[in-house]
Design a protein around this ligand. Structure first.
Ligand code: S3P
Length: 434
C-alpha cells in the first residue's frame, strides 16, 4: 500500500488535459468486441478498470491490439463469443461487471462466470439479474445477489423495464441485451442518467429513441461502429476543478473534458455554490435520437463558496462527484446537503460512510444520513490522515483535501487512484509547478 502526504499548496496554475473517459472507454471496448468489423478507439483510457475490460474482451474472443494512442478491436460479432472454462476477472470494475452480462445473456447455450476483487464481491448484481431473467436468461449469484455469478445465455425476448433506481449501468445492460432480443426493448428511467451507451449504439446504426424517461432500442443482426475518439473524463476533471476552486490564488485550465449534459451535474452544483468555472457545456438534450459526445475546455479560478442542496433528481448526473461536493461543502459558508443518494453506499466503498468519516477525521463537520450527508461548512479543513479503503475516488479526494488544507493530508492507499486516473499525481505536479 502507498502512503502519500499532500502538503498545503500555495496556488495552482497551468493547463491540464484530464485522462480519457472511463465510462466511454468501457463501452468502446465492449461494443467494439460486439461489432462485426474492426473498430479503432483513439484516446482509450489505460487504467486498471478499463484494462480489465480489454482483457475480458480478449477472453471472449476479440483480438485487441494496443498501439501508442490507438486501441484496435477486432470483434466476434453479436452472438459468437468464445466458450470459457475459467471465470472472467472484472477486477474492481463495476461498470464491466454490470454491462457485460447484457451481452452474455444473449449467447444461447453458453454460460459465463464473472468474478472480481474483494470490493466487487460486495457489490450487488440482483439489479441486472432481474431484468435479464425476465428476458429469458438465467443468473446464479451468491445469495442471489453477489459475485461471483454465472450468466446462462438464452434466446432473449424484449421487455419494457421500469428501473427501480436511476442507474446507467443497469440501463445499459438491458439495452445491450435488447440488441439480441426479439423486437424493441424499452427502459424507463426514474431520472436521467449518463447516456453514453445510447449515443454509441446510435452511432453503430442501432435505432435508439428517447421519449421523456423512456429509452427504446430495436434488435439488430450486427453492430457497425465508426472509429471512436474518447473525450476526457469529467469525473476525473472534477478533482482538478475542485482543487482550482479551493486552493487560494489558483487559476487553471482543464482542456478536452467531456461536456455531455448527463455528466456535468457537478458543474451545475458548483455554479450554485458560487464556484468560478467558465466554459461551454452541452444543454440538456431533448427527445429523439441522441447525438455524439461533446467535449470542451474550462477555466477555473479560486473563489469563496456557499452551501447548497442536492436533491435526488440531480444525483445520477453527479453520482461520482458527490464526494467532492462534500469536500467543497467543508470549505463553504453554511450547510451543504445531499439527499436521495443511497446508491453511494454501493460504490467502490460505502461512500456515505467513508467520505463522512474520512472528512471528519480531517477536521470537517459532516453527518451521514441514510441517503446522503449534511456538511456544516467551517471555511476550511485542518488536515490529518485519510484511508482510501481501496476506493480511487476517496484516494483522490484526500489528495485535493490536502492541497487545500491548513496542515496537509496523508492518504493511506494512494495507489487506488490507478483504477481511473494513473497520471493523477503527475497532473497535480504540473499545476503545483505552474
Ligand atoms: C457508470 C454509472 C454509475 C457510476 C459509475 C459508472 C457507468 O453507476 O457511478 O462510476 O459507466 O455507467 P450506476 O449506474 O450504478 O449509478
Amino acid at each position: 500500500m502507498t502512503t502519500v502526504k499532500w502538503s498545503p499548496a500555495k496556488r495552482l496554475r497551468g493547463t491540464v488535459a484530464p485522462p480519457a473517459d472511463k465510462s466511454i472507454s468501457h463501452r468502446a471496448a465492449i461494443l467494439g468486441a460486439m461489432a462485426a468489423e474492426p473498430v479503432r478507439v483513439r484516446n482509450y483510457l489505460h487504467a486498471e478498470d478499463t484494462t480489465s475490460t480489454l482483457n475480458a474482451m480478449r477472453a471472449l474472443g476479440a483480438l485487441v491490439t494496443v498501439d501508442a494512442d490507438v486501441v484496435t478491436i477486432r470483434g466476434t460479432g453479436l452472438r459468437n463469443t468464445t466458450e470459457l472454462d475459467a471465470p472472467i476477472d472484472v477486477g474492481n470494475a463495476g461498470t464491466l461487471m454490470r454491462l457485460l452480462p447484457g451481452w452474455l445473456a444473449g449467447q444461447e447455450g453458453r454460460a459465463y462466470t464473472l468474478d472480481g476483487d474483494a470490493s466487487i464481491r460486495t457489490r450487488p448484481v440482483d439489479r441486472i439479474a432481474e431484468p435479464l431473467t425476465r428476458m429469458g436468461a438465467t443468473i446464479d449469484a451468491v445469495d442471489d445477489r453477489l459475485p461471483p455469478f454465472t450468466v446462462h445465455g438464452a434466446h432473449l425476448r424484449s421487455i419494457a423495464y421500469d428501473l427501480p433506481v436511476a442507474s446507467a449501468q443497469v440501463k445499459s445492460c438491458v439495452l445491450l441485451a435488447g440488441l439480441m432480443a426479439d423486437g424493441a426493448t424499452t427502459v424507463v428511467e426514474p431520472a436521467p442518467s449518463r447516456d453514453h451507451t445510447e449515443r454509441m449504439l446510435a452511432s453503430a446504426g442501432v435505432t435508439v429513441h428517447r421519449n421523456g424517461r423512456h429509452v427504446t432500442v430495436t434488435s439488430v443482426d450486427e453492430l457497425v461502429l465508426d472509429d471512436i475518439t474518447v473525450p476526457g473524463d469529467p469525473s476525473s476533471a472534477a478533482f482538478l476543478i475542485a482543487a482550482g476552486v479551493l486552493v487560494g490564488g489558483s487559476r487553471i485550465a482543464v482542456v478536452g473534458s467531456g461536456t455531455n449534459w448527463t455528466r456535468t451535474g457537478f458543474h451545475r452544483i458548483l455554479e450554485r455554490m458560487g464556484g468560478i468555472v467558465v466554459g461551454e457545456l452541452e444543454e440538456a438534450p431533448g427527445d429523439g435520437v441522441v447525438g455524439t459526445e461533446p467535449a470542451g475546455d474550462l477555466d477555473i479560478a479560486y473563489g469563496p463558496l456557499t452551501g447548497t442542496t442536492v436533491e435526488a433528481d440531480e444525483v445520477p448526473l453527479a453520482i461520482d462527484e458527490l464526494p467532492l461536493v462534500a469536500l467543497l461543502g467543508c470549505f463553504a459558508e453554511g450547510e451543504t446537503i445531499v439527499r436521495g443518494a443511497h446508491e453511494l453506499r454501493l460504490k467502490e466503498s460505502d461512500r456515505i460512510a467513508t467520505v463522512v468519516d474520512g472528512l471528519n477525521g480531517l477536521g470537517g463537520n459532516l453527518e451521514a444520513t441514510d441517503d446522503g450527508f449534511i456538511v456544516r461548512g467551517t471555511g476550511g479543513l485542518k488536515g490529518g490522515t485519510i484511508a482510501s479503503h481501496g476506493d480511487h475516488r476517496l484516494a483522490m479526494l484526500g489528495a485535493i483535501a490536502g492541497l487545500a488544507s491548513d496542515e496537509g493530508v496523508t492518504v493511506v492507499g494512494m495507489e487506488a487512484a490507478d483504477v481511473s486516473y494513473p497520471t493523477f499525481a503527475e497532473d497535480l505536479g504540473t499545476l503545483l509547478k505552474g
